[in-house]
Design a protein around this ligand. Structure first.
Ligand code: GDP
Ligand code: MN
Length: 389
């Protein structure tokens, strides 16, 4: 689960990282009120689950109320790379002396946490990694020992952080590592991690602060963080995906027009491949799980049909412990109630498949076609979808 910038920064703050206070709002009126409250200049920031908001015009500084109103009006409803802006984050603008980069993630190939740091922040970090890899410090951490202060200082020093903020950067890296570890994040990134100019006339006093956040939480660990579960971006979630989640069904929306349903994630994935091979484009991925009871099948079929772009459905069943004749009975009961509006191809193979296909045939359900093999089923469903369009 990805967090919006402001949610990530709220997590940061809980772990001692310095961030600006601000407010999340959804209307121009509330944006202006928030700007007046945090004090000018403010920064008006689009909250969408995609980077590059600044370049797209979704991050704007406002010196006064009129500018805050103008920016809020322009940014709310804006489309940023396919994401509609519904929420704004308004915070007091920071003065920036320089922009750094910091992140913690799991390096799967090294099987270790990886801390990255660069003084070339604020820009696309992939570009830094490509053009000037020596400017991106990569440090693997012993997961059992965690990130020590000595290591954090070494990373900041190796990365050539300004001398007066080495300690501040080290603190930030340790706090970020703590966020990553304790919140069960798969990624915790700050770009930019800024250094403020400090008070005029004084040397030192410069602060290190997170101006942006990118945090992905591990969904499988969310049960350990009920407070984080609340952060799911319900507004921006696909409504069918949300329904599926509530029903405990694995559902992923895709771009095509053929609904894919199967019992088991592996089977569903290979079904996607076979359908693509037959020249079709899957509209979704739905794993109905094991079992065969009619209520469950009905739920799955309803989910599939909730997507308007679905023109035909392939229901791929491989009977193992689940018996095909039971599945067929479940299907018949479910279809009896739903009366599908688009053609279904049902492939039944495995335990008791002959009996299952016979049952389906006897039931003579309208719009339901039985297939014996996966390839045959894929070709049938692709042809049926073409007929429909
Ligand atoms: P992104 O474009 O989605 O990565 O959004 P960011 O939150 O990183 O903002 C983009 C850029 O806007 C930053 O790199 C900063 O240069 C600038 N910016 C954001 N907040 C402030 C602020 O408080 N003060 C100033 N001066 N610039 C800011
Ligand atoms: Mn950024």
């Amino acid at each position: 689960m990805d967090l919006l910038e402001y949610q990530g920064k709220q997590l940061f703050a809980r772990h001692g990282l310095r961030v600006s206070d601000g407010k999340a709002v959804t209307t121009v009126q509330d944006a202006v009120a928030a700007a007046n409250e945090v004090g000018y200049p403010v920064v008006v920031k689009a909250q969408v689950l995609i980077g590059g908001r600044g370049k797209a015009g979704g991050v704007k500084l406002a010196a006064d109320e009129a500018e805050a109103r103008e920016h809020a009006t322009n940014i709310l409803g804006m489309d940023i790379h396919g994401h509609t802006v519904r929420t704004l984050w308004i915070e007091h603008a920071s003065d920036i002396a320089t922009e750094y980069y910091a992140s913690v993630l799991l390096d799967r190939s090294a099987k270790q946490p990886l801390v990255m740091f660069s003084v070339e922040g604020g820009v696309d970090i992939e570009e830094v990694a490509e053009r000037t890899p020596e400017k991106l410090i990569r440090h693997h951490v012993d997961a059992l020992k965690g990130l020590s202060r000595e290591e954090a200082i070494q990373i900041a020093t190796d990365g050539k952080a300004d001398e007066d903020v080495v300690a501040g950067v080290a603190d930030a890296l340790m706090a970020l590592y703590e966020v990553w570890l304790e919140e069960d994040a798969s990624l915790a990134e700050i770009n930019p991690l800024i250094v403020t100019p400090g008070t005029a006339g004084e040397t030192g006093g410069r602060e290190v602060k997170a101006l942006d956040s990118k945090v992905s939480l591990d969904d499988n660990a969310l049960y350990r963080h009920p407070e984080n579960q609340e952060l799911a971006d319900k507004e921006n979630e696909d409504p069918i995906e949300r329904r599926a989640k509530e029903q405990g069904v694995q559902y992923v929306k895709l771009d095509g027009d053929i609904g894919i349903l199967g019992n088991g994630a592996g089977l569903v994935m290979s079904t996607l491949d076979v359908v693509a091979q037959a020249g079709g484009e899957p509209a979704n991925f739905l794993d109905a799980g094991g079992g065969s009871d009619a209520a469950k099948i009905k739920q799955a079929v309803e989910l599939i049909l909730a997507n308007d772009s679905v023109k035909a459905v392939l229901f791929n069943i491989f009977g193992g412990i689940t018996r095909c004749d039971e599945v067929a009975r479940g299907l018949i009961a479910a279809f009896d109630e739903i009366k599908p509006s688009v053609p279904f191809v049902v492939r039944l193979d495995g335990t008791n498949d002959v009996a299952g296909r016979e049952l389906l045939q006897e039931a003579a359900l309208g719009n339901v076609h039985a297939a014996r093999t996966m390839n045959e089923a894929a070709e049938m469903v692709v042809a049926l979808a073409k007929e429909q369009s």
